[in-house]
Design a protein around this ligand. Sequence first.
Ligand code: HEC
Length: 163
Amino acid sequence: MSRDQKFFNMHPSVIVAIVLIALVILAFSMKMPGLTQGAYTSDATERIRPVGQVYRSGEEQEAAAPTVETVPEPEPVATVMSGTQVYNTACIACHGAGVGGAPITGDTAVWSERITQGAATLKEHAVQGYIGSVGYMPPKGGRLDISDAEIEAAVDYMISESE
Ligand code: HEC
């Protein structure tokens, strides 16, 4: 008689107890909430869901569509710069230091001769551009986005500073 058989013969109550314990555990595990096969699989599917998802065209989900908020465009405000502002924005780069021979604002000696041409001619030269004896004055100082009237105001400012 093998040792195992001896054991079974001698301890039938132990065998019964083991079987009972096994049955209890089995019954318990089947009753455990959240451990049913279906729930477990769907939980796992949710946990391992990729962060980004691909939809074939036509099967996009409503929720996946980005929400586009339309912000009304603000009404454009027409701002007119003063002569001083235009000068400080577009002219001072050359006329502040005399770059490329530009007559320096405030240099009355240089400006007196130019002013004798008349303000209208100076304004025309500033708006249209001008190639004189000392250099090249680009149209509107290169700032074609600035209106004629604003450039003319800047010329008035330069004249008033240089008389
Ligand atoms: C890139 C440099 C540059 C910028 C920027 C510039 N100028 Fe000039 N400007 C010149 C030069 C150089 C002359 C001299 C041209 C000459 O007489 O040979 C000149 C000349 C002038 C004259 C005298 C024209 C004449 O008939 O004697 C006026 C007026 C003038 N600029 C206005 C302006 C105004 C207004 C602005 C800004 C909107 C401006 N400039 C920006 C270079 C510049």
